[in-house]
Ligand binder design. Structure first.
Ligand SMILES: *[C@@H]1O[C@H](CO)[C@@H](O)[C@H](O)[C@H]1NC(C)=O
Ligand SMILES: *[C@@H]1O[C@H](CO)[C@@H](O)[C@H](O)[C@H]1NC(C)=O
Length: 470
């Protein structure tokens, strides 16, 4: 007796629900064709399981992004296989899926087809036929084990993950991020310039060029993946010295790209170069500002030659030179050529280097960069022994050059005092690293400007030739 009315009631409820659904308009879900109709083969993966999602009844909100489309984890799925998340059946219903599993490999919450790949930092992993991942085994530039070992080891500096280095191999770091060729013996044997310290002269325990010459010391430019530190450090030291010695009448950021593209004799652009060649070029040919001839960057793996030289300089008499072309940067008109006087080598006496820095401005230094340097995040860097026990391909080094703007000392929590050379806010290197253990070459390269006629400078702000007298 009661069965019929009850059945009727249920049907009515059902009809009510349908009407309600229709009144809401047809949802995205009803309009969307099944995933398989859009050419998406079910690639598997833990979608419902990954988010612990199984909605009761029909729930259009119970959706997850899936290979550029949407999949669902609600019981409405049981109606059709068209738009259910791949693990709906086994995770929500506990039954095998109504389609055969696709062979592949799992990574994270996804299944990859055979020959599918993903990157694990600098190594590519490929899904093999047997459903197994096979990954390259290159040492990476950012190495978590090394970061942890350095931070545990109390070496006076902190290591961390530079996102720009993530995904690069150690080999790529050495090849693309440094870029100074070791000087030949004719350069290392160049006469030293000796700065004379007065009798009993005491140098401060700390010095920073940007405090002595505010606004005349330029911040570092980013060399990116261009192994051109030879051009960057030389242009940087020259920029500061031009600014200091012109008493701020000129404060150009000199163009590393001008050196990279035009100083090509015995130089290799973004594949490395020599400091003595760069100083020679700055003296004899001169360069324009970075504004005028901006850095063009360098693609990794780029095998081709450096971008061709966009401007040369020609003699105008009396040692002055002028550019042969307009600025490569079309909206900059000032293409003045800046030249410098000869570079000299400084002696390895720490005191003399300090005095030189204090009196004439930043100096250039060569440093041997090891694998751990790429993890430097702060503190006073020195090369650590954390990679000593590892195979040789994890222990790599290359020659780099930097601008040194000051020095100082810092007392560590354990009471040790470390002296350092500083490169502005960005680089603190323990003293021995540059002067003895790491670099076979002392802090070097003095560059001196001739005194400039002030009247000449102030009469014409466009003037930027520095007379080079012999
Ligand atoms: C799914 O649908 C089938 C057939 O329509 C039914 O036999 C099964 O009980 C349903 N499963 C669930 C968990 O609702
Ligand atoms: C390092 O940084 C990159 C990019 O920011 C990030 O994707 C990666 O997960 C980080 N790795 C570690 C170990 O912190």
């Amino acid at each position: 007796m009661w069965r019929c009315p009850l059945g009727l009631l249920l049907l009515l409820l059902l009809a009510g629900e349908l009407t309600l659904g229709a009144r809401r308009g047809r949802g995205r879900r009803e309009l969307a064709p099944g995933l398989h109709l859009r050419g998406i083969r079910d690639a598997g993966g833990r979608y419902c399981g990954g988010q612990d999602l199984c909605c009761r009844g029909r729930a259009d909100d119970c959706a997850l992004p899936y290979l550029g489309a949407t999949c669902y984890c609600d019981l409405f799925c049981n109606r059709t296989v068209s738009d259910c998340c791949p693990d709906f059946w086994d995770f929500c219903l506990g039954v095998p899926p109504p389609f055969p599993p696709i062979p592949g490999c799992t990574h994270g919450s996804r299944i990859y087809p055979i020959l599918g790949t993903y990157w694990d930092n600098c190594n590519r992993c490929t899904c093999q036929e047997q459903g197994q991942w096979e990954c390259d085994q290159e040492p990476c530039l950012v190495d978590e084990d090394m970061i942890n070992a350095i931070n545990r080891g109390n070496y006076g500096w902190r290591a961390g993950n530079h996102s720009a280095f993530w995904g690069m191999t150690l080999d790529e770091g050495i090849r693309y991020r440094l870029g100074t060729i070791r000087p030949s013996s004719s350069v290392t044997n160049m006469n030293e310039i000796h700065t004379v310290l007065g009798p009993g002269e005491v140098l401060p325990t700390a010095f920073e060029a940007s405090e002595k010459w505010p606004n005349l010391i330029h911040g570092p430019l980013d060399q990116g993946n261009c192994a051109g530190s030879w051009a960057f450090s030389t242009a940087a030291v020259a920029s500061d010295r031009v600014s200091i010695h012109s008493l701020g009448h000129m404060a150009p950021v000199l163009s590393p790209q001008n050196l990279l593209s035009c100083n090509t004799h015995n130089q290799q652009g973004c594949r490395g170069g020599r400091l003595d060649g760069a100083w020679w070029f700055l003296r004899r040919r001169g360069v324009v500002s970075d504004h005028c001839y901006p850095f063009m960057g360098s693609e990794r793996d780029e095998a081709g030659p450096a971008p061709r030289c966009m401007m040369h300089s020609r003699a105008m008499g009396r040692g002055k030179r002028q550019a042969t072309a307009r600025c490569p940067s079309s909206h900059v008109h000032a293409n003045d050529i800046y030249q410098v006087t000869p570079a000299y080598r400084l002696g390895s006496s720490e005191k003399e280097i300090m005095k030189e820095l204090m009196e004439n401005g930043p100096v250039q230094a060569l440093m041997e960069v090891h694998e751990d340097f790429f993890l430097y995040q702060g503190g006073i860097y020195s090369h650590t022994p954390v990679s000593l026990g590892r195979p040789e391909r994890y222990r790599r080094h290359g020659t780099h050059s930097v601008k040194i703007t000051g020095w100082g000392q810092e007392t560590l929590p354990d009471g040790r005092t470390l002296k350092y050379w500083g490169g502005g806010r960005d680089l603190l290197v323990q003293e021995e690293c540059l002067s003895t253990s790491l670099s076979l070459f002392p802090v070097m390269s003095k560059y001196q400007l001739q005194r400039i006629n002030h009247d000449l400078v102030s009469a014409d702000h466009g003037i930027s030739f520095l007379l080079v007298s012999d």
